[in-house]
Design a protein around this ligand. Structure first.
Ligand code: ATP
Ligand code: ATP
Ligand code: CA
Length: 218
């Protein structure tokens, strides 16, 4: 992946995690926080961090905010600062803005200002935890739409030693297997003859309720 530049505004737990991960992946990251202690603590994780109030246009200009490929606004609790910051970024012509929202109404405002991607960390993580509790065999998922997911599901034990054709998974459960993860390898578009093994993780696509049923098999 080509190197890109990211500015992360707000170095709380969320902002710091985003910044650290991007930095680990070799991307250029600038951290910005109004609080000196947060900026000093962040030095351990990445190279550039500055003390600045992102609700001041001058401060944003002085770090050259327009030149970043993507700006992440990770201010949550102070909704007013979050909104003001995003409006300034928009006015300055920043193209790619990602912002964290505390709740629905905060998110709606951010959406109306034109934020490309709004993240609700608490809501989404809560849903993830609940889904994990409901289907322990489901390891991970991507929402494709309101109804359809891609999910990583641990192979039900009773299916080990059989192939996709004899299990008749698509016809029986309305679920398609698009890949199999086995011992760190990925078998993409598995053949119907592929023999499934205990411990396989099936990457599946389908309707959410069909997938939930499939993930509940033993
Ligand atoms: P998290 O949930 O990510 O841990 P938090 O709850 O600790 O965050 P938030 O209120 O969401 O805190 O703010 C995150 C960070 O944003 C804080 O470190 C705060 O100092 C910083 N921040 C708040 N207002 C501004 C601002 N105007 N300019 C720059 N940074 C700001
Ligand atoms: P279909 O019309 O259902 O695709 P088919 O007549 O083309 O079936 P095959 O592709 O050989 O025949 O597959 C037979 C059955 O094996 C399918 O109906 C399906 O239930 C199961 N199967 C094969 N490959 C997969 C897969 N990747 N994921 C889930 N089930 C599969
Ligand atoms: Ca918080």
């Amino acid at each position: 992946m080509a190197k890109k530049s990211y500015a992360v505004i707000g170095l709380g737990r969320f902002g710091t995690s985003v910044a650290r991960r991007l930095h680990e992946a070799g991307q250029e990251v600038l951290g910005i926080d109004i609080n000196e202690e947060k900026v000093e603590a962040s030095d351990m994780y990445f190279t550039h961090a500055v003390i600045a109030d992102s609700t001041e246009e001058k401060a944003l200009n002085s770090v050259g905010i327009k030149n970043f490929d993507c700006v992440i606004v990770a201010i949550g609790n102070d909704i007013q600062s979050s909104i003001l910051t995003v409006m300034l970024l928009k006015n300055l012509g920043v193209k790619n803005i990602i912002a964290k929202a505390l709740g629905k109404r905060h998110g709606q405002v951010l959406e109306s200002i034109g934020v490309e991607w709004i993240i609700y960390p608490e809501r989404d993580m809560g849903e993830r935890v609940a889904n994990q509790l409901l289907s322990p065999n489901m390891l991970n998922y991507i929402e494709l739409s309101k109804d359809y997911n891609i999910e990583e599901i641990i192979l039900p034990s009773k299916m080990a030693g059989k192939n996709l054709r004899e299990l008749n998974i698509r016809a029986k459960y309305n679920v398609s297997v698009i890949a199999i993860m086995r011992n760190g390898n990925v078998i993409v578009s598995p053949s119907p003859e592929e023999l499934l093994q205990e411990g396989d993780i099936l990457v599946t696509i389908g309707n959410r309720s069909d997938l939930a049923l499939f993930a509940s098999l033993k």
